[in-house]
Ligand binder design. Sequence first.
Ligand SMILES: [Fe+2]
Ligand SMILES: [Fe+2]
Length: 173
Amino acid sequence: MVFFLFRRLREFRSNAVAEFYLHIRPLLEDPQVQELGNYIQHNCHSRLNHCLDVAYCSFFIAKLLGWDYKSAARGGLLHDLFLYDRKENKQKAQGHLRRHPIIALENARKVCTLNKVEEDIIRRHMWLVTLVPPRYKEGYIVTFVDKYCALREAIISYRNSRRTLALSAGGAA
Ligand SMILES: [Fe+2]
Ligand SMILES: [Fe+2]
Protein backbone atom coordinates (compact mmCIF):
# COMPACT_ATOMS: atom_id res chain seq x y z
CA MET A 1 0.00 0.00 0.00
CA VAL A 2 2.77 2.44 1.00
CA PHE A 3 4.76 1.41 -2.06
CA PHE A 4 1.69 1.99 -4.26
CA LEU A 5 1.15 5.49 -2.82
CA PHE A 6 4.85 6.30 -3.18
CA ARG A 7 4.76 5.20 -6.83
CA ARG A 8 1.59 7.23 -7.49
CA LEU A 9 3.21 10.32 -5.94
CA ARG A 10 6.32 9.83 -8.09
CA GLU A 11 4.20 9.53 -11.23
CA PHE A 12 2.22 12.59 -10.19
CA ARG A 13 5.43 14.56 -9.69
CA SER A 14 7.02 13.61 -13.01
CA ASN A 15 3.81 14.37 -14.91
CA ALA A 16 3.45 17.63 -12.95
CA VAL A 17 6.87 18.93 -14.04
CA ALA A 18 6.06 18.36 -17.73
CA GLU A 19 2.61 19.93 -17.38
CA PHE A 20 3.99 22.88 -15.42
CA TYR A 21 6.39 23.79 -18.24
CA LEU A 22 3.63 23.33 -20.81
CA HIS A 23 1.61 26.06 -19.07
CA ILE A 24 4.42 28.53 -18.47
CA ARG A 25 6.58 28.04 -21.58
CA PRO A 26 4.98 30.91 -23.59
CA LEU A 27 5.59 33.27 -20.63
CA LEU A 28 9.13 32.03 -20.08
CA GLU A 29 10.03 32.93 -23.67
CA ASP A 30 9.08 36.57 -23.11
CA PRO A 31 12.15 38.90 -23.00
CA GLN A 32 10.85 40.72 -19.89
CA VAL A 33 10.50 37.45 -18.00
CA GLN A 34 13.93 36.32 -19.22
CA GLU A 35 15.39 39.59 -17.93
CA LEU A 36 14.44 38.53 -14.39
CA GLY A 37 17.49 36.28 -14.65
CA ASN A 38 19.70 39.39 -14.45
CA TYR A 39 18.54 40.38 -10.96
CA ILE A 40 19.47 38.79 -7.64
CA GLN A 41 16.62 38.04 -5.24
CA HIS A 42 17.10 37.94 -1.46
CA ASN A 43 20.91 37.91 -1.91
CA CYS A 44 20.58 34.30 -3.02
CA HIS A 45 19.82 33.38 -6.60
CA SER A 46 18.21 35.07 -9.60
CA ARG A 47 14.72 36.55 -9.46
CA LEU A 48 13.81 34.24 -12.31
CA ASN A 49 14.76 31.22 -10.18
CA HIS A 50 12.75 32.63 -7.27
CA CYS A 51 9.69 33.11 -9.51
CA LEU A 52 10.06 29.61 -10.97
CA ASP A 53 10.28 28.11 -7.46
CA VAL A 54 7.17 29.99 -6.32
CA ALA A 55 5.32 29.09 -9.52
CA TYR A 56 6.16 25.38 -9.39
CA CYS A 57 5.41 24.89 -5.68
CA SER A 58 2.12 26.81 -6.05
CA PHE A 59 1.21 24.79 -9.15
CA PHE A 60 1.97 21.51 -7.37
CA ILE A 61 -0.09 22.35 -4.27
CA ALA A 62 -3.02 23.68 -6.32
CA LYS A 63 -2.95 20.55 -8.51
CA LEU A 64 -2.94 18.26 -5.47
CA LEU A 65 -5.96 20.14 -4.09
CA GLY A 66 -7.78 20.16 -7.43
CA TRP A 67 -7.77 23.98 -7.58
CA ASP A 68 -6.89 26.31 -10.50
CA TYR A 69 -3.27 25.15 -10.91
CA LYS A 70 -2.72 26.87 -14.26
CA SER A 71 -3.46 30.30 -12.79
CA ALA A 72 -1.35 29.46 -9.71
CA ALA A 73 1.60 28.64 -12.01
CA ARG A 74 1.22 31.69 -14.25
CA GLY A 75 0.48 34.12 -11.41
CA GLY A 76 3.37 32.65 -9.40
CA LEU A 77 5.78 33.10 -12.31
CA LEU A 78 4.81 36.74 -12.85
CA HIS A 79 4.33 37.77 -9.19
CA ASP A 80 7.71 39.57 -8.95
CA LEU A 81 7.97 40.91 -12.51
CA PHE A 82 9.74 44.14 -11.61
CA LEU A 83 12.97 45.03 -13.39
CA TYR A 84 15.11 46.99 -10.97
CA ASP A 85 17.44 46.34 -8.07
CA ARG A 86 16.09 48.18 -5.06
CA LYS A 87 19.58 48.39 -3.53
CA GLU A 88 20.81 50.35 -6.55
CA ASN A 89 17.65 52.39 -7.08
CA LYS A 90 16.94 54.48 -3.96
CA GLN A 91 13.82 56.01 -5.50
CA LYS A 92 12.30 52.60 -6.20
CA ALA A 93 13.43 51.29 -2.79
CA GLN A 94 10.96 53.60 -1.04
CA GLY A 95 7.79 51.68 -0.36
CA HIS A 96 9.11 48.76 -2.41
CA LEU A 97 7.36 46.05 -0.39
CA ARG A 98 3.96 47.61 -0.99
CA ARG A 99 4.55 49.02 -4.48
CA HIS A 100 6.27 46.20 -6.35
CA PRO A 101 3.10 44.05 -6.76
CA ILE A 102 1.47 46.97 -8.63
CA ILE A 103 4.57 47.40 -10.84
CA ALA A 104 4.69 43.62 -11.44
CA LEU A 105 1.01 43.63 -12.44
CA GLU A 106 1.54 46.49 -14.92
CA ASN A 107 4.48 44.61 -16.47
CA ALA A 108 2.62 41.27 -16.52
CA ARG A 109 -0.27 42.86 -18.44
CA LYS A 110 2.24 43.74 -21.18
CA VAL A 111 3.46 40.12 -21.34
CA CYS A 112 0.09 38.38 -21.69
CA THR A 113 -3.64 38.56 -21.06
CA LEU A 114 -4.25 37.71 -17.42
CA ASN A 115 -7.41 36.22 -15.99
CA LYS A 116 -8.93 37.63 -12.78
CA VAL A 117 -7.30 34.98 -10.57
CA GLU A 118 -3.82 35.70 -12.00
CA GLU A 119 -4.34 39.47 -11.64
CA ASP A 120 -5.34 39.02 -8.01
CA ILE A 121 -2.43 36.64 -7.28
CA ILE A 122 0.09 39.24 -8.48
CA ARG A 123 -1.62 42.25 -6.89
CA ARG A 124 -2.15 40.64 -3.46
CA HIS A 125 0.92 38.42 -3.07
CA MET A 126 2.42 40.69 -0.39
CA TRP A 127 -0.56 40.19 1.90
CA LEU A 128 0.33 40.48 5.61
CA VAL A 129 2.75 43.26 4.63
CA THR A 130 -0.13 44.84 2.71
CA LEU A 131 -3.57 44.83 4.30
CA VAL A 132 -5.90 43.48 1.62
CA PRO A 133 -5.91 39.65 1.44
CA PRO A 134 -6.14 37.64 -1.79
CA ARG A 135 -9.65 37.22 -3.21
CA TYR A 136 -9.12 33.67 -4.49
CA LYS A 137 -7.86 30.54 -2.75
CA GLU A 138 -5.00 30.17 -5.28
CA GLY A 139 -3.77 33.59 -4.10
CA TYR A 140 -3.32 32.20 -0.57
CA ILE A 141 -1.17 29.39 -1.93
CA VAL A 142 1.11 31.81 -3.82
CA THR A 143 1.41 34.31 -0.95
CA PHE A 144 2.46 31.61 1.55
CA VAL A 145 4.71 29.76 -0.90
CA ASP A 146 6.38 33.11 -1.72
CA LYS A 147 7.11 33.70 1.98
CA TYR A 148 8.42 30.17 2.40
CA CYS A 149 10.75 30.56 -0.64
CA ALA A 150 11.92 34.00 0.57
CA LEU A 151 12.75 32.57 4.01
CA ARG A 152 14.60 29.62 2.48
CA GLU A 153 16.60 31.98 0.24
CA ALA A 154 17.45 34.23 3.20
CA ILE A 155 18.74 31.20 5.15
CA ILE A 156 20.87 30.04 2.19
CA SER A 157 22.25 33.57 1.78
CA TYR A 158 23.07 33.76 5.52
CA ARG A 159 24.83 30.37 5.42
CA ASN A 160 26.80 31.38 2.32
CA SER A 161 27.94 34.64 3.91
CA ARG A 162 29.01 32.78 7.10
CA ARG A 163 30.95 30.28 4.99
CA THR A 164 32.65 33.06 3.03
CA LEU A 165 33.51 34.83 6.30
CA ALA A 166 34.95 31.61 7.78
CA LEU A 167 36.99 30.96 4.63
CA SER A 168 38.38 34.50 4.52
CA ALA A 169 39.21 34.33 8.25
CA GLY A 170 40.97 31.00 7.63
CA GLY A 171 42.88 32.53 4.74
CA ALA A 172 43.93 35.50 6.87
CA ALA A 173 45.16 33.27 9.71
FE1 LIG B 1 7.09 40.10 -4.20
FE1 LIG C 1 8.47 36.76 -4.41
